[in-house]
Design a protein around this ligand. Structure first.
Ligand code: CA
Length: 590
């Protein structure tokens, strides 16, 4: 047994009708063993049987060998308990016919438990705010329904409702159902006897399990619910918190749920990526379709998952940067990268749509995070393009300088990424060259891209920056104007990156077409290249900041909703309590 052992509590109550409690339970964190047992039969047999089974199973599990399969350990323990009870019942007239149900959870490791049961005690799983029954009752009626011999409606009113088809003690051996459950962070399990499941509704159990934080309080409130439902039987509940924090009161919790929901759908993501032709992208040309999906979609899916878990952007950034550098090094173009990211984003949204069917609340949080991840990917691509652009312009300048044997700056770099550019102002001839280039470029754009006013804004922003002494003035202002009141959800930032890219090539082409001396053109190119690169980076910053704010707003809203849910749950419980007090007060009236 490794990993953090879950926080667990157990409680039992005789109920409102019976004087004796024949239920038993075990919470043994050291062994990682949790049991609920519901005894029956004879005058005093019920509690003897449930206590015997509890102690024998505990002893057997404690004596297990490391090499023994957990399934075998549980099966052996159940058999030993059944055999001992059976023998005792035969030998002691007062205990004749005694037996017990059992439901067991055995902690295997961090993300895994074994669930085993005989009879009608149950295990429920709370995951993502939803309660699911994990066990199938071993009752005659349930087995008739399972075989199609009885309708569920008839079963609900059948007189042999609680007659067990299997128990420990009825026969020397035990026929257990044993299953492994893979846990997800913050799963919560409930083991209970039929005194709880038979007297509190599924909805009531779900509400308490999802709305109450402290497991001790959960067990108390579940018992309260069963008592309010009549309390016609002994009531036992064992609550296990498999994660550290259960109620979605913190953004951390929401994030963990979102990340596990995302990860659970990784096959769907790959399938969607395939449908959208990710394997046919020129970037994947050297890979087989399966490799392409595994490497591109699989790695991105995992990167998103890791970033979701850690609230970081590092994994997606690294993924996109490697992808972009690999492609650009081969001389690939931006539109191909853009189309690939687009297909991946569509695949992600398709996955989120599926999450929304199950949990719209969670889907909103997930969508915010996944879209943000994909914007980070686009920003990383923009950064890679900026760097490649710098290198390309650097080579161009070197070439010009060598051709014209112009002095000195062949060995200088253009503006390094994200740092200040050359501090000297441009000379009047360079200014004149830049002015003419701008005019020429705008004329060309007006003809070839008449419907795109953003291009002119891009050219002007770059021009202003190229003219400024430090080459860094006005970049953010220019970008802010470009960015305008755009929001992240509006087809993302792709059109802006497209516009920047188009404006940059047109601008530099216009400059190269000037008839100025080579060293003047080289100086102008250097300033303009730095300006466009700066614009790209300023855009990255801007988008990243704006998506951050939006994302925080979503988180805040989600957290508030979760708190309100919990609050409503508490108030309802309080109301029920007041009603009970009122009933009691009425009972005392003459
Ligand atoms: Ca019972």
């Amino acid at each position: 047994m490794t990993g953090p052992v879950p926080v667990a509590v157990g409680q039992t109550h005789p109920g409102a009708v019976r004087s004796r409690n024949e239920d038993a339970f075990l919470v043994d964190r050291e062994l990682g063993l949790y049991l609920v047992l519901d005894g029956m039969g004879g005058h005093s047999g019920g509690d003897v049987a449930s206590a015997m089974a509890r102690d024998i199973i505990r002893t057997q599990v404690a004596a297990r060998h490391e090499s023994e399969l957990p399934q075998a350990v549980i099966a052996r323990a159940f058999n030993a308990a059944s055999s001992a009870i059976h023998t005792q019942a035969k030998n002691d007239r007062g205990l004749h016919g005694m037996g017990t149900t059992v439901v067991a959870v055995l902690w295997l490791r961090e993300d895994r438990v074994l669930i085993a049961h005989v009879g009608d005690s149950r295990v429920y799983l709370l995951r993502g705010g939803r309660l699911r029954l994990l066990t199938q009752d071993h009752t005659v009626v349930a087995e008739l329904v399972a075989r199609g011999a009885l309708s569920p409606a008839d079963a609900a009113v059948h007189p042999y409702q609680s007659v067990l088809s299997r128990n420990l003690g009825g026969k020397p051996g035990a026929q257990a159902d044993i299953n492994e459950l893979i846990l997800e962070p913050s799963d919560r399990l409930l083991l209970c006897s039929d005194g709880l499941s038979g007297f509190a509704s599924h909805e009531a159990i779900e509400q308490v399990m999802s709305g109450v934080g402290d497991p001790e309080r959960v067990a108390e409130e579940l018992i309260e619910q069963a008592l309010r439902g009549g309390g016609g039987d002994n009531i036992t509940a064992v609550v296990l918190d498999c994660g550290s924090q259960i109620v979605a009161e913190s953004t951390q919790e929401l994030r963990r749920t979102a990340s596990s929901e995302w990860w659970a759908r990784r096959d769907l993501f790959s399938q969607q990526a395939r449908q959208r032709g990710v394997d046919r992208s020129p970037i994947c040309a050297v890979l087989s379709p399966d490799e392409a999906i595994e490497i591109v979609a699989g790695n991105l899916c995992e990167a998103i998952y890791r970033d979701l878990e850690q609230a970081s952007a590092l994994h997606v950034w690294t993924f996109a940067e490697n992808l972009a550098n690999g492609w650009l090094d081969q001389g690939g173009s931006y539109p191909v990268l853009r189309d690939l990211l687009d297909a991946l984003r569509q695949s992600g949204l398709a996955v989120i749509e599926q999450v929304a069917v199950a949990d719209p609340h969670l889907a909103v949080a997930l969508e915010t995070d996944v879209l943000r991840s994909l914007i980070v990917a686009e920003m990383a691509v923009a950064g890679a393009i900026g760097e490649h652009m710098r290198r390309a312009e650097d080579m161009l300048i070197t070439q010009h300088t060598e051709e014209t044997s112009a002095p000195t700056f062949s060995d200088e770099k253009t503006t390094p990424l994200m740092s200040a550019g050359p501090v000297e102002p441009p000379s009047p001839v360079v200014v004149a060259c830049l002015e003419r280039s701008r005019k020429r470029c705008l004329e060309e754009l007006a003809v070839n891209h008449p419907d795109d006013p953003e291009l002119e804004q891009c050219v002007d922003a770059a021009h202003r920056s190229a003219l400024s002494p430090g080459n860094d003035v006005d970049l953010l202002t220019g970008v802010r104007q470009l960015f305008g009141s755009r929001v992240m959800s509006e087809s993302s930032v792709r059109p802006l990156l497209d516009a920047l890219d188009t404006a940059r090539s047109a601008h530099l082409a216009a400059l190269r077409g000037q008839s100025d001396p080579a060293e003047v053109r080289a100086a102008a190119i250097r300033r303009l290249a730095a300006a466009h690169q700066g614009l790209m980076m300023a855009m990255a910053l801007m988008v990243s900041e704006s998506s951050q704010a939006l994302s925080e707003n979503f988180r805040l809203a989600s957290t508030t909703t979760a708190r309100m849910r919990a609050e409503v749950g508490k108030n309802e419980a309080r109301l029920a309590e007041l009603e009970r007090e009122l009933d009691r007060a009425k009972g005392h009236e003459p």
